[in-house]
Design a protein around this ligand. Sequence first.
Ligand SMILES: Cc1cc2nc3c(=O)[nH]c(=O)nc-3n(C[C@H](O)[C@H](O)[C@H](O)COP(=O)(O)OP(=O)(O)OC[C@H]3O[C@@H](n4cnc5c(N)ncnc54)[C@H](O)[C@@H]3O)c2cc1C
Length: 464
Amino acid sequence: MTGLAELRSIVGAAGLLPPDADLRRYEIAPNLLTGAAAFLVRPSTVDEVRAVLAWARENATRLVVQGANSGLVGAGLPDASGGWGVLSTERLREPFSVDPRARTLTAGAGWRLDEINERLAEHSLQLPVEVGSSPSVGGMVATNTAGSHVIRYGDVRRRLLGVQAVVPDDRGTVFDRLKPLRKCNEGLDVSQLFVGTGGEYGVVTAASVELAPLPRSRAAAWLAVEEDRMPDVLNVFEHSCAEWLSACEVASPSALALLADRHGALLRRVPSPQHHAMLVEVGAPDGSAEERLLAVLADLDERGWLIGAQVGGPAEMWQVRHTIPEITERMSPVWSFDVSTPRSEIAAFRRDVLARLAARHPEITPIELGHYGDGGLHLILPLPVQVAADPDAVDGVRRLVYDTAVRDHGGTFSAEHGIGPKNADMYRRYVSEDVRELSAALKRRFDPDGILGWSLSSPDRVSR
Ligand SMILES: Cc1cc2nc3c(=O)[nH]c(=O)nc-3n(C[C@H](O)[C@H](O)[C@H](O)COP(=O)(O)OP(=O)(O)OC[C@H]3O[C@@H](n4cnc5c(N)ncnc54)[C@H](O)[C@@H]3O)c2cc1C
């Protein structure tokens, strides 16, 4: 590829991995989606990001922005042509500034969730995003990461105070909204344009977020309950623990069964794996989390709603939950759906979608893993080989699930993983034309040559 010497002069030797370097970890996602990169560029400052974007425009080269590469819809990967470069944010480490009194953090895009929370612990603070991966700051903004603590702390959008982002327009504009203000009412909040829109409009180089105090005590339990009782059980928890309930997850018996082979010890932490299991976590500002949890369990038991319960340390209970997607992400052929509905609809949605699937494909055993407390459901369908080999059959299954969620139960086809090549057709199917047009207009304003990302928001792919 021509122009790489010039690119190297912008970012230095450590900032550019050429095509003959080992780029594999940037070309394969955790769920085995793949792409092929022409090169990897790793700018370490805002000025370098600007210069790299200008270089890409000059050389008519498409770039895909990548953070921790933990995304599950393929949006952070290059396509299969081998002609796109990957712009990794891993060297964007400035600034890192904690203000413990204001409970805010301003961090460069390359910081990862795990290392941030490790550092915040000394201040008894946390960035309260609970996911099985360790995404980057930029990736969390770009995908509006949600996870299992949304019921208490909200998603990244709710914690975001401001963003610094560079766009590949004619001026190489840097939008700098890093002031960690909780109140700011100056008209258009440009930071929000970069939330949940992937790397389509620009490169997020840093973000300011509001932190939460670490609870003094936490307690978790796996409960076995009848499917129809799950909404009632959740309501009892919400009324008894109010805002201290920090998670409510659900795993179906088919999800738990995946642990039997190699993770028998984890399975023993779940009381009755042949029933639906709910994982609940309570976090308290004093030492009372376990006491509160036990009081609710006693109440549920008295009502006759509890088949079984096992209380344990949060880390060991979460290990059960996080191991299941590690297994399903490596299953093949499989189709994973990341849907959500209004919470009051989730029981009806589950009933409808499972009945329709059973009628059309009785050979498929659905695996359910849900952020139930937020109306979210990861529905994972191991596909029989003959279905997987027939694109029309796969399409039929996808439409069945998505139409049931979106059209029949007021939900969404993308609860938390965002938009990428994996679900772009559904973006066109369900997102209104008005919204798609506005998104395309913003794309043209920020990225007139269409050098960034998959251009999913733009109907016309505009590379020169
Ligand atoms: C085991 C596992 C569990 C998960 N659980 C959850 C969960 O519970 N909830 C949830 O929401 N997600 C979950 N995810 C998905 C994933 O972790 C999130 O989508 C995460 O926010 C992606 O961040 P990343 O840094 O890895 O971004 P990447 O995967 O690198 O990129 C994702 C998207 O963001 C864009 N992007 C990345 N960095 C930037 C930047 N600096 N500027 C502009 N655009 C950028 C990319 O172009 C791409 O469009 C899970 C993933 C795994 C593997």
